[in-house]
Design a protein around this ligand. Structure first.
Ligand code: SAM
Length: 288
């Protein structure tokens, strides 16, 4: 029997969640035995190793810390309500939002990877105001117009972006907010990564880093957002990492120090060189 279902059944505040989501969710548990256990253990390990990047000294820790700060600030400006964290990974943003949001929010964490969901559930602990759902951003198993805020941070790089944005727009109510992030393909850091990927003929320079070909410029993302009825009202670049790969991986503390010292450039005319950006959008109300 599942001791710890990862599901949305019984969720308060998220009305009409589909049977598909509940059914899928109930099928996952960390008490699996037999041949499946190795697969589960591998997924859990991958999730833990990703989560460790937030705390291990290095440029990744700087990158994640900046994004957390920035997104918490942007969500803080939204009125209380329901939040979807799509591609929630190990739940670090959810845990931070719980700690920092002043207004009461109901949060749904969604991910395609059950290992990430289990990690997120353990991090967040039992709470009435947080639920987890297994599903894909490309086909969200959630009702239309059910969220006040929808977030996709560090996840669009792995999905069909146009499809995911259309799904985020669908599940967010008119007047609601959508916040997405994207790695910036124009930053010198990403250009170095691209060079390394080419030289090594490797899909990625980092286990959780998607191929740079999947990255979109701010203009491309803007066009896709507008095409899906989302109106960008704030673009913020972050992470002015001046220590290029692979040096930042070799000298992680030095790289973090350099990144912290130069982060002020993200508020200068050079900001568009940041390694990533966040876009906040509004969904217009009917007639506005
Ligand atoms: C780089 S991690 C980011 C996790 C988290 N948002 C964070 O900022 O720490 C990317 C996450 O997207 C999830 N993901 C990838 N493809 C997805 C999809 N099609 N639908 C939902 N989640 C997906 C992965 O399982 C992973 O947890």
């Amino acid at each position: 029997m599942a001791k710890h279902p990862v599901g949305i059944e019984g969720s308060g505040g998220i009305e009409g969640s589909s049977d598909h989501a509940s059914f899928e969710a109930k099928a996952y548990d960390d008490d699996v035995t037999g041949p499946e256990a190795a697969w589960w253990s591998e997924r859990r390990q991958a999730a833990r190793s990703y989560a460790a990047g937030y705390e291990t000294p290095g440029s990744d820790a700087h990158f994640y810390a900046r994004r957390l700060e920035l997104v918490c600030r942007l969500v803080q400006d939204c009125p209380a309500g329901t939040v979807l964290d799509a591609g929630c990974g190990p739940g670090i943003l959810i845990e931070r939002l719980q700690r920092t949001l002043e207004a009461p929010f109901q949060i749904v964490g969604l991910d395609v990877d059950p290992g990430m969901l289990l990690e997120a559930r353990d991090r967040v602990g039992p709470r009435d105001d947080v639920r987890f759902v297994r599903g894909s951003l490309d086909d969200l198993p959630l009702p239309s117009g059910s969220f006040d805020v929808a977030l996709a941070l560090g996840s669009l790089e792995y999905t069909d972006v146009a499809r995911s944005l259309s799904e985020l727009a669908r599940v967010t109510r008119p007047g609601g907010t959508v916040i997405v992030s994207m790695l910036n393909p124009r930053s010198p850091y990403r250009l170095c990564e691209r060079l390394i990927q080419r030289l090594r003929n490797s899909p990625s320079a980092h286990p959780f880093m998607p191929r740079i070909e999947r990255l979109y410029t701010v203009e491309q993302i803007g066009a896709l957002l507008r095409g899906n009825g989302l109106l960008p009202d704030r673009i913020v670049y972050y992470d002015m990492n001046l220590c290029p790969p692979p040096f930042d991986q070799r000298f992680p503390r030095f790289a973090q120090d350099v990144a912290e010292r130069f982060e002020f450039l993200a508020r200068s005319p050079l900001r568009a060189l940041g390694t990533a950006f966040v876009v906040r959008c509004r969904i217009p109300r009917a007639g506005s």
